[in-house]
Design a protein around this ligand. Structure first.
Ligand code: ADP
Ligand code: MG
Ligand code: ZN
Length: 643
């Protein structure tokens, strides 16, 4: 693949991985058959050639001698040891004489009289060189030729795979050339992330006008690390930098470095950096760098070694940059916590740009970007959607808009309505509704009480999020769901919120147990989530009085209750204490949930009954039920007044 950069009037060739078409098995058979066919044809021709002279009858030399005596023979042609006798009758018979002895002598020995011999016309033909050699050597040469041909042919077959082995080391990077209008992304396409854009503008400046920086002796960062939750637009932002700077953009995902073969990753890195240097100014973008950039020296196994080598090679290449190389390495990760410290050392990825989940205003901006080319109905208010989607990433919002369009199209409408978008929010959060999954009457009842339990507990407790919707229509794997949305975006979570969340998660469990005196497998996910939360409180956030402000676990590993012996970070005693604390948190949460449900049993019944009737209760109706039972609904915050 060759790309042209008309601006610089400079050409650079980029060797992309070639896909060698390895022949399918059917064509391989076809080829094999044709080889056999050719072989058959050659051997037929050969035997025809050689047998042509042998068509004559073979007789012993004694018989020839007898026939000469009887004057039946007209002429004898001697060619080497071959003797061809032409009979007067017109017959031709072949025989052989002894080697090195003249025919006449042989005939005499076989009793041919001298007179008869004199009467015989003997012609001695010198063996024709070519035919002689051909006929003698062909039987030897032909199989050799055949074998050679066969090997050559086989090697050609293997070449498909073989060439792939040679291209393994080549980088698999995808290139977006600077003048590619279609794939071009600029900062305009990225909403929000103001700080990140500011930080990256500097990089853009350098790539556009490196001389200005170099002349003044400024050190240009070699590496920029984008950190942020999945879907926050890291990849998009990296592309936007390339688009703004109008430079070539090589992108590769961390996992693509690492394949089955050891050493491949490192050579891919080398190849990629070489390509980029040739194309300079350029950006190398390593997406999901945590796939190769994890802390080295932990764990065992070949895959690990491979990763280490790849990482080392990246470091070596980055160290080897000349300051005027005009190649900048960008990388993205959503796990900065697991990255090798060597990557973060000065001179490598020393610029770090954190990309947060968008806040309300940014969400609205993102929605606006993704509403280009989408026809909206009059009623669409993107600010309402933005308000209802706290915690959504840019990617979530993108898929929300897309789902809305799909819904409208499916119902044969030409415009997307607000209702489409609202329904899409739930779809993005919870997965599609499964209306075909029909619950039995008993299951419906249990599910209704379970969800009512969640909803009630979260409405009564002060720090739980308000309920937006309750439903017993199954979605994804859940039989029903209660949708709680925070009143506003939050960056920090408090201990009180955690405790209320855990109590709320146990609301379903408590409701089932109180109402039916029995338990189902329904709450199993609730229990997993809440136990995990309780454990995090103890081991990560220092929220347990007894253990105190000690982080007992890396953000990476999470094992619930009673961690195994390996890779343990705390002693047996501390382990037991953690379990004790987790257990205590869970018990207290259970008691609080029980208290709420005991106290407001009538409200629980009312919610469950209504759910069984209509299957889905929206926030407004739900709040009316709450008020009827003496519970004050959570305040709608000022944001909603704008609507
Ligand atoms: P990441 O790499 O952080 O996981 P991506 O960059 O792949 O996320 O984002 C996925 C998609 O989400 C983008 O292609 C874009 O459509 C959308 N998106 C994410 N963040 C934004 C944003 N800030 N502005 C506009 N679109 C965004
Ligand atoms: Mg990405
Ligand atoms: Zn539940």
């Amino acid at each position: 693949m060759a790309t042209q950069n008309p601006k610089n009037k400079k050409q650079f060739k980029v060797v992309m991985k070639k896909d060698w078409k390895s022949p399918g098995s059917s064509s391989m058979w076809k080829n094999f058959l044709s080889v056999v066919l050719i072989f058959l044809i050659i051997s037929t021709i050969y035997s025809a050639l050689t047998e042509g002279s042998q068509e004559a009858l073979q007789i012993p030399i004694s018989e020839l001698a007898r026939d000469v005596n009887q004057e039946l023979v007209l002429k004898v042609v001697v060619e080497g040891d071959e003797v061809k006798a032409e009979y007067k009758s017109g017959e031709i018979k072949d025989t052989k004489k002894e080697e090195g002895i003249a025919l006449t002598e042989t005939l005499v020995r076989y009793g041919v009289t001298p007179e008869k011999l004199l009467g015989l016309n003997i012609e001695i033909v010198k063996e024709s060189g070519f035919m002689f050699w051909l006929l003698n050597l062909l039987p030897i040469i032909l199989p050799i030729l055949f074998i050679v041909f066969f090997i050559w042919y086989l090697s050609r077959q293997v070449k498909g795979a073989g060439m792939q082995a040679f291209t393994f080391g080549q980088s698999k990077a995808r290139l977006i050339p600077p003048n590619d209008k279609k794939q071009k992304v600029t900062f305009k396409d990225v909403a929000g992330v103001k700080e990140a854009k500011q930080e990256l503008t500097e990089i853009v400046d350098f790539l556009r006008n490196p001389k200005k920086f170099l002349d003044i002796g400024a050190q240009i960062p070699k590496g920029v690390l984008l950190m942020g939750a999945p879907g926050t637009g890291k990849t998009l932002l990296a592309r936007a930098v390339a688009g703004e700077a109008n430079v070539a953009f090589f992108s590769i995902s961390g996992s693509e470095f690492v394949e089955m073969f050891v050493g491949v990753g490192a050579s891919r890195v080398r190849d990629l950096f070489q390509l980029a240097k040739r194309a300079a100014p350029a950006i190398i973008f390593v997406d999901e760098i945590d796939a190769v950039g994890r802390v080295r020296g932990v764990g065992a196994g070949g895959g690990n070694d491979e990763r280490e080598q790849t990482l080392n090679q990246i470091l070596v290449e980055m160290d080897g940059f000349e300051p005027n190389e005009k190649v900048i390495v960008m990388a993205a990760t959503n796990r900065p916590d697991v990255l090798d410290p060597a990557l973060l050392r000065p001179g490598r990825f020393d610029r770090r740009v954190v990309i947060d989940l968008p806040d309300r205003a940014e969400r609205e901006e993102i929605l606006h970007i993704h509403s280009r080319q989408k026809p909206f109905g009059e009623d669409v208010k993107l600010n309402v959607i933005a308000e209802r989607t706290p915690g959504f990433s840019g990617a979530d919002l993108y898929s929300l808009m897309n789902e809305g369009a799909i819904l409208a199209a499916r119902e044969d409408r030409t415009k997307i309505s607000q209702f489409d978008l609202i329904r899409s929010i739930e779809k993005v959060i919870l997965g599609p509704e499964r209306k075909s999954h029909i619950l039995s009457l008993k299951e419906k009842e249990i599910t209704a009480y379970h969800e009512a339990g969640h909803a009630l507990v979260s409405s009564v407790l002060d720090y739980a999020d308000p309920v937006h919707k309750i439903s017993i229509i199954s979605r994804g794997r859940a039989a029903g769901y209660t949708l709680n949305l925070p009143i506003e975006d939050r960056k920090l979570q408090s201990k009180k919120e955690f405790l209320d969340d855990i109590a709320m998660a146990l609301g379903g469990y408590v409701a089932e147990r109180t109402v039916f005196g029995d338990l189902t497998t329904g709450p199993s996910n609730d229990l997993q989530v809440s136990t995990g939360l309780a454990r995090d409180m103890v081991t990560k956030y220092g929220m347990s009085e007894k253990i105190g402000p000690i982080a007992l676990e890396e953000p990476t590993g999470r094992v619930l209750f009673g961690k195994g012996l390996e890779d343990r970070e705390y002693s047996e005693k501390v382990g037991a204490e953690i379990d004790g604390e987790v257990s205590k948190i869970m018990k207290e949460a259970l008691e609080r949930a029980e208290k709420v449900i005991g106290e407001y049993r009538k409200a629980l019944d009312a919610i469950a009954k209504r759910l069984i009737e209509v299957e889905t209760i929206e926030r407004d109706e739900f709040e009316l039920i709450l008020i009827a039972h003496g519970i004050t609904p959570k305040k709608k915050k000022d944001i909603e007044h704008q609507v």
